[in-house]
Each structure stands twice: as structure tokens, then as C-alpha cells.
Design a protein around this ligand. Structure first.
Ligand SMILES: Nc1ncnc2c1ncn2[C@@H]1O[C@H](COP(=O)(O)OP(=O)(O)OP(=O)(O)O)[C@@H](O)[C@H]1O
Ligand SMILES: [Mg+2]
Length: 357
């Protein structure tokens, strides 16, 4: 078990800065997610922590030790790659035993550890097989087994589930969460899948364009996104954004846009923005069909069984709403939505206007 601290981490490839002064902490036993779009530098950060690449600046501490001069082995971290990286000529047993052989652990002790971890992951029956005789999900389990068998201080996972089909991914997600509850090993887990981030993470570090946009619990990022980048990445379907202006009408404040005009007087935080252009974000689950503030024409309905997703046009804006499965209206029909205040967010030049009560 260990605490990880990353301070002002920087990395360039040639003259391209990929990581620009990244700082975050993972406390002892915490499951931390690095979430961000493809190419934002997630794998690079993991490789720097693991010692597989050299940083250009900043510091990486594991507990109270700066580890930058240490080899990957000396750092006592284990990394699970998206590509599994199993040794093809070795059996599952030998793949899992490999890190222990490197540690020169005695044969009986090694055997006990491999079998214990195989049981934990439900792969006891596969120990004599070669990687090519395994399914994707089984390979992934072996790769995880090889990482946990020596109980490292820190686990580093680089999109370990992205090669699996949706159903298996969901099942492995639950297993990983369960495994973490049992082992309580400090973990940094990279993904670009926000569902994975929301369900697995105790803390999410959301990256975009080489910088941290927000760090917090999944609830924090969902309920109080710091900016429109975070707001757009957290939540499925993504948040709707309407551009408009804060104005006064009838002695109160209103938000006026092409799609709707709604009173926002109780939102004291909007008072300094009178006459200014702001962005209103609406969660798809905060659009309640019935009678209300936004009138739209349905363009498409996606039936998901338990619920439906409506794609509609309001003025020039396109909006997406999550509605009950028995909603009953189809393409071309008119629909009105009331807005659930809890799902409304306001942004000025992309940054959150913080709520004051
Ligand atoms: N060895 C390298 N040489 C040059 N550029 C690199 C190298 N490794 C990564 N990059 C660049 O650095 C950026 C970040 O790459 P990285 O692999 O960290 O992204 P990522 O967030 O893990 O993306 P993905 O989700 O696609 O795996 C990318 O623009 C990539 O092209
Ligand atoms: Mg990557």
C-alpha cells in the first residue's frame, strides 16, 4: 500500500508538449481514474509513473520517496496494459509466476501465490493453457493476475477493458471493483470511458489537452462540473448546451436563447451577468416532457427498452432528452419540456458560474 503524489509533471516528445504541469495525489488504497479523450496524455502519465519513460520536469513521490531515479522494478508498481502483453510461449501459470521468479521467490511459496490469485480471479481451470487458447476476457484476467500476484505498492491500469465486448466489459468492471475492495491497493486506472470512470473511481482526474480540467469524486464532476469540457464529458447522453443572454424582464432575471426564454430569478449567482452571453447546460435527464419552458420538434427516438432517448430541435438548437419508455410520441411531433432545476448549469466563457444559495 502506498500514497502517490505527482507534482508539476511535464513531458514533451520533440517540440510537442504532451503533459504540461500535471499535479494530483492518490491516497493510500484509493482508486483514482485518469479520464480523458484519446491522445490527451493518459498513457504517457502512467508510463512516467511506472518508470517506462523519463519525465522532462516535476516530481513523482511514492510515499515519501522521489522515485524518478528508480528503475521500474525498484518502484514496486505493476502495470496492466490494454494489449495484455502476455508471454505467448508461457502457460497461464508461468505467465503469472513470472514476476515471482524474477523476485527469486521459493517454488512452494510461488505456487501458493499463483493458485491463490487464480482462485480470486476464477481462472484455476486455465493454468496450463497458452495465451492463444484464451478468450479476450480470460487473457485480461491473466494479465491482471500477473500484476496482482506480487502485491505491488501501486497498480497502474491502462484501459484494461477496452478490447472486450460491452457485456464482458460491464462484468469485468464489477469484478475489478470487487477486487479493489478486497485488496485495497492504491490504483491509477486510465480510461476514456466515462461509465467506467463513474462506476469504478473514488476520485476522477479529468484531463483534456494535456491539462487537468477538474479533480473530484464522480458525484462532484457530475453535479458541479468546473467547465463545459467536464460537463460535456461526464454523463450519458452528454449535457445539452444552449447559448443565450441573461436579461431583466418584469423586474426579474431571465435567460433568453433561441430555444427558450426562462425565468432564472432565484439564481442569485447570475445577477452579475446581466446583459452578458452565457451558456446554459441542461442534463438530458433534467428535461421533463409535459408542458414547460422548451418547445421542440422530435427528430429521432432511440428506444433503449427501459427508457428512450429523444433527439429534438428547439429553435436552432438540437437537444437530447432522456424520457420514460412509454413516452409515446414519434418523429415530427411536438414536445414541450419542463426543466428540472437540479440539472441546470450556467457557464460564462466556458467556466462554471458557481451556485450561491
Ligand atoms: N513515443 C512517442 N513519440 C512521440 N509522440 C508520442 C509518443 N508517445 C505518445 N506520443 C504523443 O503524445 C500524445 C499523448 O499520447 P498518449 O499515448 O499518452 O495518449 P492517451 O491519452 O493514452 O491516448 P489513447 O486514449 O488514444 O490511448 C499523443 O499526441 C501521442 O501522439
Ligand atoms: Mg493510451
Amino acid at each position: 500500500m502506498a500514497r502517490l503524489r505527482v507534482r508539476d509533471l511535464r513531458k514533451s516528445f520533440g517540440d510537442k508538449t504532451v503533459i504540461d504541469s500535471i499535479s494530483f495525489e492518490v491516497s493510500d488504497g484509493e482508486f483514482c481514474i485518469l479520464l480523458g479523450p484519446s491522445g490527451c496524455g493518459k498513457s504517457t502519465i502512467l508510463r512516467l509513473i511506472a518508470g517506462l519513460d523519463q519525465k522532462d520536469g516535476g516530481a513523482i513521490h511514492i510515499d515519501d520517496r522521489e522515485v524518478s531515479e528508480l528503475t521500474p522494478g525498484e518502484r514496486d508498481v505493476a502495470m496492466v496494459f490494454q494489449s495484455y502483453a502476455l508471454y505467448p510461449h508461457l502457460s497461464v501459470y508461468d505467465n503469472m509466476a513470472f514476476p515471482l521468479v524474477m523476485q527469486k521467490m521459493k517454488r512452494e511459496e510461488r505456487d501458493a501465490k499463483v493458485r491463490e490469485v487464480a482462485a480470486l480471479l476464477g481462472i484455476e481451470g486455465l493454468l496450463q493453457r497458452k495465451p492463444k487458447e484464451l478468450s479476450g476476457g480470460q487473457k485480461q484476467r491473466v494479465a491482471i493476475g500477473r500484476a496482482i500476484v506480487r502485491r505491488p505498492k501501486i497498480f497502474l491500469f491502462d484501459e484494461p477493458l477496452s478490447n472486450l465486448d460491452a457485456k464482458l466489459r460491464a462484468a469485468m468492471r464489477v469484478e475489478l471493483a470487487h477486487l479493489h475492495r478486497q485488496l485495497r491497493t492504491t490504483t491509477v486506472y486510465v480510461t476514456h470511458d466515462q461509465t467506467e470512470a463513474m462506476t469504478l473511481g473514488q476520485k476522477i482526474v479529468l484531463l483534456d489537452s494535456g491539462i487537468i480540467q477538474q479533480t473530484g469524486t464522480p458525484d462532484d464532476l457530475y453535479a458541479r462540473p468546473a467547465n463545459t469540457i467536464v460537463a460535456g464529458q461526464i454523463g450519458v447522453p452528454g449535457m445539452n448546451f444552449l447559448e443565450g443572454k441573461i436579461e431583466t424582464a418584469g423586474g426579474g432575471l431571465i435567460f433568453r436563447s433561441d430555444a427558450c426564454t426562462i425565468p432564472v430569478d432565484p439564481r442569485k449567482e447570475l445577477r452579475p451577468y446581466q446583459g452578458r452571453e452565457v451558456t446554459m447546460g441542461i442534463r438530458p435527464e433534467a428535461l421533463i416532457p409535459g408542458t414547460g419552458d422548451i418547445s421542440a420538434t422530435i427528430e429521432f427516438v432511440e428506444h433503449l427498452g427501459s427508457e428512450a432517448v429523444l433527439y429534438a430541435r428547439a429553435g436552432k438548437a438540437r437537444i437530447v432528452a432522456k424520457v420514460p419508455a412509454d413516452f409515446g410520441k414519434g418523429i415530427g411531433e411536438k414536445v414541450s419540456f419542463a426543466l428540472h432545476d437540479k440539472g441546470l448549469h450556467f457557464f460564462f466563457k466556458g467556466s462554471r458560474i458557481e451556485r450561491v444559495d
